[in-house]
Design a protein around this ligand. Structure first.
Ligand SMILES: [Mg+2]
Length: 413
């Protein structure tokens, strides 16, 4: 067995709300909620301060309900540029110790500090990071220190704010196993329910379950959960400068007849996205951004792009993002002649991602399975074998890709 690794997971506490309070002293010591829309009663709470949390304000709650729970609640709109700035500044502090820094959302990072003894022991590095973030940025972090990513992440949740928790091979059974199974990364509500129906309530229960039973229940993911619970997950902290060799994957066409409504545009985007999704799969990549390029009947071209809140290989999600862009930007003074859709800002499909509130992961998992099946059938029996109902009928697209313009698409560095 190889030597123990030293992994830190640093989590910036109540990140959005903390940045707001640091920037505006008037907000300090108050119940603050960052809301998508502060004017609109139906805006939702994106983040809240510790005081707001104690008053019962929850992320995802509608504004008026949050106000009801906490009368003095101050609503502020988000300033994403500031969050991004402070997220980057925190990353710079982490890079003082290691190049192996893997972000998980804007406010969390794993650091692999194995072999960084010149900077001190893992616990000392964690302590220095905690202090530097506080002194230099005026923000607090909680840090988990462990021998794998999963326990490091759990550790950062155990004590906060402004705290460090160490989980070792000697103490994890005592400290981690009594916790609810739902505390483990990727154990969502449906998984929790299913586990409970088998009497598996704690992480310890999960660790003691036969791997074959878990495999029967959840497929390959069941084995992953078993490894997580037993502290044997070996997934690595990803390199700082990972850049995909493939820069973008795109597919475009000139339509056989001009498109004259949004529905036709959507269907063409969906068909093009099938190909984009297929090529992402072949390369083991996922998009974190989507770009569209539209040319109208007068051959005037425009291009728009959008950063996705998650990574995806799914044709339906790529098409939906492209269509959203189109609806927001295209002005119908002319019919549409040509469209290209590209998956951009590519990352490896295996990258773990911050679970976002905006996404129903269990529903999304089912869709991934469905689209995997569609992809497989199309690969084996051809593009026409199976498709969305919306794609049947006259698509105004060149037949079966024969005349389609393959974009320079796979651009290698
Ligand atoms: Mg956080």
């Amino acid at each position: 067995m190889s030597a123990d690794r030293a992994i830190l997971h640093s989590d910036m506490n109540s990140f959005y709300a903390s940045v707001e309070m640091m920037l505006d002293p008037k907000l300090r010591g108050k119940a603050v909620a960052v809301c998508g829309s502060t004017e609109n009663r139906h805006g939702i709470v994106l983040a809240k301060s510790e005081l707001a949390k104690r008053a019962g304000v929850k992320t995802g709650m509608v504004n008026w309900e949050a106000k009801q729970r906490c009368k003095d609640l101050i609503l502020v709109p988000p300033q994403y540029d500031q969050y991004l700035k402070y997220s980057k500044l925190a990353h710079e502090i982490y890079y003082r110790y290691t190049d192996l820094v893997e972000p998980f959302g804007m406010d969390e990072c794993w650091l692999d500090v194995t072999g960084c003894e010149i900077y001190g022991k893992p616990l000392e590095i964690a302590e220095e990071i905690r202090q530097s973030v506080k002194e230099e940025l005026g923000l607090t972090v909680s840090i988990g220190v462990s021998f794998n990513k999963i326990f490091a992440k759990l550790g950062s949740d155990l004590k906060k704010p402004d705290a460090i928790t160490i989980i070792t091979k000697q103490n994890f059974k005592e400290n981690i196993w009594p916790l609810a199974a739902s505390e483990l990364l990727y154990v969502g509500s449906a998984t929790t329910k299913k586990l409970a129906s088998y009497g598996i309530k704690t992480i310890g229960d999960l660790a003691a379950t036969e791997p074959s039973t878990l495999k029967y229940m959840f497929g390959i993911n069941g084995l992953m959960l078993w490894r997580y619970a037993n502290g044997t997950d070996e997934s690595r902290v990803m390199q700082k400068d990972f850049i995909s060799p493939v820069k973008s994957v795109g597919h475009g066409i000139t339509c056989t007849a001009d498109l004259d409504n949004e529905e036709e545009v959507f269907h063409v985007l969906l068909e093009l996205s099938q190909d984009v999704g297929h090529r992402l799969r072949v390369h083991g990549l996922a998009a974190t951004g989507v770009q569209i390029f539209v040319r109208n009947k007068s051959l005037y071209s425009t291009q728009y792009q959008y950063k996705l809140p998650f990574k995806t290989q799914l044709p339906s999600e790529i098409a939906a993002a492209g269509f959203q862009l189109f609806k927001e930007h295209y002005i119908w003074t002319e019919k549409v002649r040509a469209i290209t859709i590209r998956a951009i800002d590519l990352v490896p499909q295996t990258t773990e991602e911050q679970l976002s509130l905006m996404v129903d992961y269990e529903r999304r998992d089912r869709r991934v399975q469905l689209e995997d099946a569609i992809e497989d059938l199309r690969r084996r029996f051809g593009k026409k074998s199976l498709t969305y109902a919306g794609l049947l009928g006259n698509l105004k697209m060149p037949d079966d890709g024969r005349d389609s313009v393959r974009m320079p698409g796979l651009m290698y560095q």
